[in-house]
Design a binder for this molecule. Structure first.
Ligand code: CA
Length: 262
């Protein structure tokens, strides 16, 4: 078993189904522990770490509902419920108890594997640590290290300027209103403070060497606020996750044409 192998707890009292599903999951490269009743499931869960649970709702002894309750008290591990046809209410109960997904019997093993994959992928993404370095080529922002470098030279920013820059640059292309920036950067919302954002932007631009008339990074959006962008063709670093992160953020951004050069 490698570190990459995900562990799945399968709880199903019908032996034929249990064996078939276990074999199928194993064939996909996962590590399976299969048990036939709820009490044993809870004991196994308490003893070992699992990445996902496939849980039949109707079980002898402790029901799937009871198992789900027990697990949810202590863990966010993804749970897929297996329910019999027509047990609509049971399905709703399962989801209300915190199951992530459900499958109605009879189901295709391929469908189950697809659901398992999707939930494991989601759980993995959610547990990923936040990106700590935003690399825009000439401009590098080390978010966790509270450092900003322009052409490899440290730029000394105040806490507000740093917060302003990281807020804008996390979503290149997205337009932030002054009001939004007041809330995010200064932490309060009071109309009179909107213009203080302008001063912060002015200082930040000066420190970064970003000319407001022909900006490279921080663009004014007239009548609204500001947005961050970076030159097209800039290599976004060697980290493929970083690339993906930035690609994603660009798709939700505003129109990319620089609307203004105040
Ligand atoms: Ca059952």
């Amino acid at each position: 078993m490698t570190a990459e192998t995900r562990r799945i707890l399968l709880v199903e009292d019908e032996k034929a189904i249990r064996d078939a599903v276990a074999a199928y999951i194993e064939r996909e490269g996962y590590w399976v522990t299969s048990v036939g009743d709820g009490q044993v499931a809870v004991e196994e869960f308490d003893k070992h770490r699992f990445d996902l649970i496939v849980l039949d709702l109707m079980l002898p002894g402790l029901s799937g509902e009871g198992v789900c309750r027990h697990v949810r008290d202590v863990s966010d591990v993804p749970i897929i419920m297996l329910t019999a046809k027509g047990e609509v209410e049971d399905r709703i109960i399962g989801l209300e108890l915190g199951a992530d997904d459900y499958l109605v019997k009879p189901f295709s093993p391929r469908e189950l594997i697809a659901r398992i994959r999707a939930l494991l992928r989601r759980a993995h993404i959610e547990s990923e640590p936040q990106r700590e370095v935003l690399d825009f080529g000439h401009l590098v922002i080390d978010v966790s290290g509270h450092r900003v470098l322009v052409d490899d030279v440290d730029v000394d920013l105040t806490a507000s300027e740093f917060k302003l820059l990281t807020t804008l640059s996390r979503y290149p292309g997205r337009v932030y209103s002054r009001m939004e920036l007041v809330e995010k950067v200064l932490g309060y919302d009071f109309e009179g403070y909107e213009r203080t954002i302008d001063s912060h932007v002015k200082n930040l631009r000066a420190k970064l060497g970003d000319d407001p008339r022909t900006p490279t990074w921080i663009f004014t959006v007239h009548g609204v606020g500001y947005r961050f962008d970076f030159p097209k063709g800039v290599s976004l670093g060697s980290d493929p996750d970083a690339r993906q992160y930035l690609d994603v953020s660009r798709t939700i951004g505003a129109p990319s044409s620089p609307t203004d050069t105040r």
